[in-house]
Design a protein around this ligand. Structure first.
Ligand code: GDP
Ligand code: MN
Length: 377
């Protein structure tokens, strides 16, 4: 579950054409003031805490300002808050629109029916949990045709929109449906959806992305905010690198072999601390780069477990030896290798001549890595 902050949700909305107030993000009171002073945010404006919990309106985390000084004061007050246990570090400043009614609209998955549903209510602007059930309309959507004019008409009726306003809803629902599908969302919620003249504007945005679809959306990995510094570097270089709690570095190729290697080390009493999946790479340059990244994680010992299918053992070995030379002598660690398969003999020779022992026996070499990490021979 990746919960996006309001401004992140809104930047997704913008991409798909959901109508929004003009706005900018600020991280300090001074920045908030200058955004207003420079006309990047029109006055009067709304200053909103960017935290993941709702109820900001009631909790003093949404304020209004009609001058740059007021914007600064509002920003200062909000940045000092700890809202429901979360420190406020970011603000969204937006033009304050003159709004008619406040509506509620969302798309989510109904897990019992295994279908997307539209939830709509004319009672927006308050938490949907506090709205009586009779005033909330839920309709399922067949994902194959997607939204049809039938669902849109019913939503318009529930929300009390007709004519031009209903046509605005039509377009908005199409955009929202696209967000829901293409971003693999489990929830997209607009509360309040404000009636502004003949149009509709999303004043708030709550977007939750389905974790299982994470591989389709590397852009959200950062939002998730749980990458370590080295993992962040690795992601930029497109290296599959994960840090764990132990002290043994693991380099393997392919997800299956990598996981199996972690299991074997664990079973033998070792504690993997970081692992690197070379995937199909045997490009010595890439191997060197990946290895140096691993060295920065300061493993006590490193276990290399390579199965050469398409990957050539000698290429991987070459990259490894190159890399080891670049690690300063006082930061070196024992390296235990187990290589098998394509060009195994050549690879073993390259490692041996660099003083690295290599066997083709998984258990024995894994045990050697565990012992080395414990500081035993
Ligand atoms: P939440 O309480 O955390 O869900 O925060 P919201 O983003 O929903 O904002 C709370 C309330 O602030 C909304 O229900 C609106 O009444 C009000 N609000 C936010 N933006 C505007 C705006 O541009 N104009 C006006 N008049 N009110 C706004
Ligand atoms: Mn809201």
């Amino acid at each position: 579950m990746v919960k996006l902050a309001e401004w992140q949700g809104k930047s997704v909305f913008r991409k798909y054409g959901v109508p929004l107030p003009r706005g900018e993000v600020a991280r300090s009171a001074a920045e908030a003031e200058s955004l207003v002073r420079d006309g990047k945010v029109p006055l009067p404006c709304v200053v909103k805490a960017q935290v993941l919990s709702g109820g900001r309106g009631k909790g003093g985390a949404v304020r209004f300002a009609s001058t740059p000084e007021e914007a600064r004061a509002a920003a200062e007050a909000i940045l000092g808050l700890e809202f429901k246990g979360e420190k406020v570090r970011e603000l969204l400043l937006e033009e304050k629109l003159t709004i008619g009614r406040e509506l509620y609209l969302s798309l989510t998955l109904d897990r019992t029916q295994r279908l997307p549903i539209i939830i709509a209510s004319a009672r927006g602007g308050v938490e949907i949990e506090s709205v009586p059930d009779a005033e909330i309309d839920r309709q399922t959507v067949d994902p194959f045709p997607g939204l049809t004019s039938y669902e849109k008409r019913r939503a318009a009726k529930v929300l009390g929109l007709a004519g031009t306003q209903a046509r605005s809803l039509d377009r908005l629902l199409d955009a929202l449906w696209k967000v829901f599908q293409q971003e693999d969302a489990e929830l997209v919620e607009i509360n309040p959806l404000a009636v502004v003249g003949d149009g509709l504007v999303a004043l708030d945005a709550k977007v939750i992305i389905e974790d299982d679809a994470g591989f389709r959306h590397p852009e959200y990995a950062e939002v998730r905010g749980d990458l370590t510094e080295l993992e962040e570097v690795a992601r930029e270089k497109d290296i599959a690198f994960v840090q764990l709690d132990g002290n043994i570095g693991v380099i393997a190729n392919g997800a299956g072999l990598t996981m199996a290697t972690l299991d074997v080390l664990k079973e033998l009493g070792g504690a993997p601390g970081v692992f690197l999946d070379l995937g199909g790479t045997d490009d010595p340059k890439k191997v060197t780069e990946a290895f140096l990244l691993m060295a920065r994680a300061k493993p006590t010992a490193v276990f290399l477990n390579i199965f050469g299918g398409v990957t050539r053992c000698d290429s991987v070995a070459k990259g490894l030896v190159e890399a080891m030379r670049e690690v300063p002598a006082n930061e070196r660690f024992p390296l235990i290798a187990r290589i098998r398969g394509n060009n195994e003999a050549e690879g073993t020779e390259i490692l041996r001549s660099a003083g690295i022992t290599s066997t083709s026996d998984l258990r024995a070499s894994a045990q050697a890595a565990v012992d080395a990490a414990r500081g035993r021979p």
